[in-house]
Write a protein that binds this ligand. Structure first.
Ligand SMILES: NC(=O)c1ccc[n+]([C@@H]2O[C@H](COP(=O)([O-])OP(=O)(O)OC[C@H]3O[C@@H](n4cnc5c(N)ncnc54)[C@H](OP(=O)(O)O)[C@@H]3O)[C@@H](O)[C@H]2O)c1
Length: 328
């Protein structure tokens, strides 16, 4: 059986993108063969599509770190033909052909039953970005954050992780402050429930000072670099920042002062290698008590519009979440 897939090849002049027909026989051995209905575009897919060796080393390659679809066949008892499932994280879309193809074949440990309360499309509207945003909020709450802790800052706020974090925090009753570089998207953020908007310049100012005014009861940081550590310096006493991204910089220039004078915490969040059971717990929350109407975040993508969206996500220009319909 053949299927369509987005295809990255390494040539003498760099990496090229095309849509090709592939055979199921080309896929790696795995426990579960899935007919992918939807995928989503994450920043990491952009890195894979442009040959970032920290993400993908083997080319040609089909990216797509998220997939939602229907089981075609399975050699494990847990899944049967016709089951609706999601697959995400681990090596999917990195060096294993990913959700930008109509078929994937993966280990059962990468697959979860679709949560009740979410459609396959809604699962991909969340995708890895949504899971990551929810993990950040979950970890901050486990560290003691409540709506009484103070406003919560979200950086990279119009992006995939950022916009879901804003929507979730707002749903949970937090006052949300947002950092964005997109002056024309302030209304988008206000519609998601943002109370205060800062420019990236605002968020970087004061970086030469050891501490900044105690402002935030929590921070979800998707960008790293100077903005991250300024946010640490702006936490209220005993509060926490969840760090999950590096679109600005993976490096931080820091002192211990906020930690030893204000008792604050820097928390790390990884959704890739996190054990499946913990990911499932977050999925079921997102399909249950944390369910949100995220339709205003969605940009509909098809295989033939994906390349343009990849360029935009790498340039920091995507807004919300790109959902790829493999049958569009
Ligand atoms: N730890 C994990 O498991 C995990 C999982 C998923 C994603 N991530 C990471 O999280 C980050 C965000 O991913 P995403 O999929 O949400 O990407 P995205 O959709 O591209 O969002 C990133 C946003 O960051 C802002 N931004 C871009 N360049 C910037 C810069 N130079 N300085 C400051 N802000 C900048 C932009 O928002 P504004 O224009 O609104 O500022 C952009 O939309 C990435 O680094 C990704 O690798 C990590």
């Amino acid at each position: 059986m053949t299927f369509s897939a987005f295809w990255i090849e390494k040539g003498d002049d760099g990496f090229t993108r095309s849509i090709v027909e592939r055979s199921e026989d080309d896929l790696p051995d795995g426990d579960v063969l899935i007919d992918v209905h939807f995928s989503s575009l994450n920043y990491k897919d952009g890195l894979s599509a442009t040959g970032n060796p920290g993400v993908t080393r083997k080319f040609p390659h089909t990216p797509g770190i998220d997939a939602a679809g229907v089981v075609v066949n399975s050699n494990v008892g847990e899944f049967s033909e016709g089951d609706e499932v999601v697959a995400f994280g681990f090596d999917l879309g990195m060096n294993t052909p990913g959700g930008f193809g109509q078929r994937i074949c993966v280990p059962s440990g990468w697959v979860a039953a679709k949560p009740e309360g979410l459609t396959l499309r809604e699962c991909m509207l969340l995708g890895t970005a949504g899971i990551t945003a929810a993990l950040c909020v979950d970890k901050l709450e486990a560290a003691g954050m409540t709506p009484d802790s103070g406003p919560v800052l979200v950086t990279g706020a119009t992006g995939g992780v950022g916009s879901v974090a804003v929507a979730l925090l707002s749903k949970l009753g937090y006052e949300v402050a947002a950092v964005t570089g997109k002056a024309k998207r302030h209304q988008f953020l206000k519609d998601l429930g943002v109370h205060t908007i800062l420019s990236r310049e605002d968020a970087r100012s004061g970086s030469e000072r050891p501490l900044l005014a105690e402002t935030y009861g929590g921070v979800v940081d998707t960008v790293g670099g100077e903005i991250l550590f300024n946010a640490v310096k702006s936490l209220r006493y005993g509060c926490s920042l969840a760090a999950c991204g590096l679109v600005d910089s993976p490096a931080i220039s820091a002192t211990v002062l906020p930690f030893i004078l204000r008792h604050v915490n820097l928390l790390g969040v990884d959704s890739v290698e996190l054990p499946l059971e913990q990911k499932k717990a977050i999925w079921y929350k997102l399909g249950g008590d944390w369910k949100m109407d995220l339709s205003k975040l969605e940009e509909k993508l098809a295989l033939d519009t994906l390349s343009d969206a990849i360029d935009r996500i790498l340039a920091g220009q995507m807004v919300g979440r790109g959902v790829l319909d493999l049958n569009a």
